[in-house]
Design a protein around this ligand. Structure first.
Ligand code: C2E
Ligand code: MG
Ligand code: MG
Ligand code: MG
Length: 292
């Protein structure tokens, strides 16, 4: 247990410091220990093809189960990880674990066509991501096409030149790219054409009230149209009802993720779902727009 008795342990249990430390700093110290103690794990949310209803991949999402705090949501610890730089270690661990999982599924004869991993701005924009991903893929003997990295508009806007360079590097080795939470950031639409991306992912903010809020519906439809005209695929996140699903499918959205099909689940449960061939029993819908 020598590993647990490092410098961080001292800091964490220093009562004096604890009393003064902001909750955020305490969270940072706890997170630092969490990495060493392996309190992090991944869950996987299925992605479903809206035409066939088939599960065509998943998104890996990070979970932190702290002994006293319980399950700390990513919305709380990811920002702390980003500010402290810990996101680099976490991000590396997430990529490693997701690729190892993919290899384990393949070895078990389970087909998951694609694995999506979230990458934070700091992790994406630094020098060695392309080399790291490339080494990772060969170490786990994975085809680069199975890996998709999800980045947000803030990554693109922080350093557009650098972002394009990294994207080109990743495209060159065959990794796919998605813009996550699309529509919530401030990226200019004209800049989009310079980014070698494959997917736009419509933010959940526009999906939740899709069927009752005309503005949200208009935004979702515009994003689908934009993706189509730029020859990108488009995926909706946070789909919770059949009404939303039918609306999106009727307007040419390609894929979806959401509680309506499945929340993020443990790898065993996801493997069961894949080997059981479970897909979405899609209601019949006429006059679907033609696909290009
Ligand atoms: P995200 O990448 O946009 O992930 C989608 C979030 O929506 C996930 O929250 C997922 O659990 C949730 N979700 C999926 N379907 C539904 C639905 O139908 N309804 C509702 N209400 N929520 C749904 P989660 O897992 O809490 O993650 C939140 C965010 O934290 C992620 O947003 C991502 O930005 C970040 N994150 C999570 N894991 C990682 C990671 O490994 N690395 C990095 N850099 N960021 C991560
Ligand atoms: Mg994501
Ligand atoms: Mg998202
Ligand atoms: Mg989101």
């Amino acid at each position: 247990r020598a590993k647990e008795m490092g410098r961080d342990t001292f800091c964490f249990y220093d009562a004096n410091m604890n009393a003064r430390a902001a909750p955020r700093l305490r969270l940072e110290l706890a997170l630092r220990r969490a990495i060493e103690r392996q309190e992090l794990h991944l869950v996987y949310q299925p992605k479903v093809d809206l035409l066939t209803g088939e599960v065509i991949g998943c998104e890996a999402l990070c979970r932190w189960h702290h002994a006293e705090l319980g399950l700390v949501p990513p919305a709380e610890f990811i920002p702390v990880a980003e500010d402290s730089g810990l996101i680099l270690r976490i991000g590396r661990w997430v990529l490693e674990t997701a690729c190892a999982q993919m290899r384990a599924w393949i070895d078990a004869g389970i087909t998951c066509p694609r694995m999506a991993v979230n990458v934070a701005p700091l992790q994406f924009l630094r020098d060695d991501l392309v080399a790291e991903v490339s080494a990772l893929l060969s170490r786990h003997r994975l085809d680069a096409g199975v890996l998709m990295l999800e980045i947000t508009e803030s990554t693109l806007m922080r350093d557009p030149g650098r972002a394009v360079a990294v994207m080109k590097g990743l495209k060159a080795i065959g990794v796919r790219l998605a813009i996550d939470d699309f529509g919530t950031g401030y990226s200019s639409l004209s800049a989009l054409k310079h980014f070698p991306i494959d997917y736009l992912k419509i933010d959940r903010a526009f999906i939740s009230d899709l069927t009752t809020n005309a503005s949200d519906a208009a935004i979702a439809v515009s994003i689908i149209a934009l993706a189509r005209s730029l020859n990108l695929r488009v995926i909706a996140e946070g789909v919770e009802s059949e009404g939303q699903l039918l609306y999106l499918r009727g307007r040419g959205c390609d894929e979806m993720q959401g509680y309506h099909f499945s929340p993020p689940i443990a790898p065993e449960a996801f493997a069961d779902m894949l080997s059981g061939g479970r897909g979405l029993a899609l209601p019949v819908q006429k006059d679907l727009p033609a696909r290009t």
